[in-house]
Ligand binder design. Sequence first.
Ligand SMILES: Nc1ncnc2c1ncn2[C@@H]1O[C@H](COP(=O)(O)OP(=O)(O)O)[C@@H](O)[C@H]1O
Ligand SMILES: [Mg+2]
Length: 277
Amino acid sequence: MTPEVASPSEPLLVFKDAALGYGDFIVVRDINLQAYRGQVLAMMGGSGSGKTTLLRGATGQIKAIKGQVTAFGQDIATSSPEELRKIRQRMGVLFQQGALFTDLNVFENVAFPLREHSKISEQQITEAVLDKLDAVGLRAAAHLNISEISGGMARRVALARAIVLEPELILYDEPFAGLDPISLGITAQLIRDLTDRLRCASILITHDVAESFAIADRVFMVGQGRMLASGTPEELSQSDDPYIRQFLKGQPDGPIAFHYPETPAFTKWLNQRGGRS
Ligand SMILES: Nc1ncnc2c1ncn2[C@@H]1O[C@H](COP(=O)(O)OP(=O)(O)O)[C@@H](O)[C@H]1O
Ligand SMILES: [Mg+2]
């Protein structure tokens, strides 16, 4: 239990009528979301719909253009750099391109955040790292170099590294990308188990409907620059909404466009190249 969160029933992360984007380009607007301890939230949507942008809003890499994003009870936009640093220490983030340090072995990659952010003994580091590697099934791979492990194993090492500080909020950006079906199922179950074991909240960005519906408490669907739908997996499965149906069935034809939408920035770029829009 932490002093900043008065009661366990308070959400760890809140988006309130939030708009997020870059400069004056709003990617998503009117976002409302709450993440509580013990919950897995799945965030779905086509590529370019703004899922990673939402995640950047949660970590404070970008500030809300409108509305509010609150982590552990603190408004991200008004937090000082020092406060933001403390907020981030309580978050684990598995980035889409969760690159490992290739000059460090598996063990040292996972140990890295501990060495950076805590002052525990070498013995405690060994215990904590092997415990997290065990959780992802790679305890006996601790001594291997990054060049000696497969892509799927590398994702699991990145996962172990994201959880080694036992964060209260874990953000996973497409953790299933590039995994075979078995590793995918195991990783999904791992995210569920870690959420229950650490009593943290997990936000999972993914395209995988079956796996995320199996483990999520709530599902959020972004598209068209807004939150198209949210609810329990059961509620969304039963929805008649054409967007939701198209997404769940992975159909090419429907209200969700395949083509990346034209923006003023594209038109300007095209005009500068002498093309016509
Ligand atoms: N750093 C950035 N600067 C400007 N625009 C960006 C930046 N990152 C992403 N975008 C734009 O924001 C939109 C949403 O991107 P993103 O959040 O990465 O989508 P998703 O993760 O759902 O695939 C896209 O149109 C993308 O081009
Ligand atoms: Mg993304």
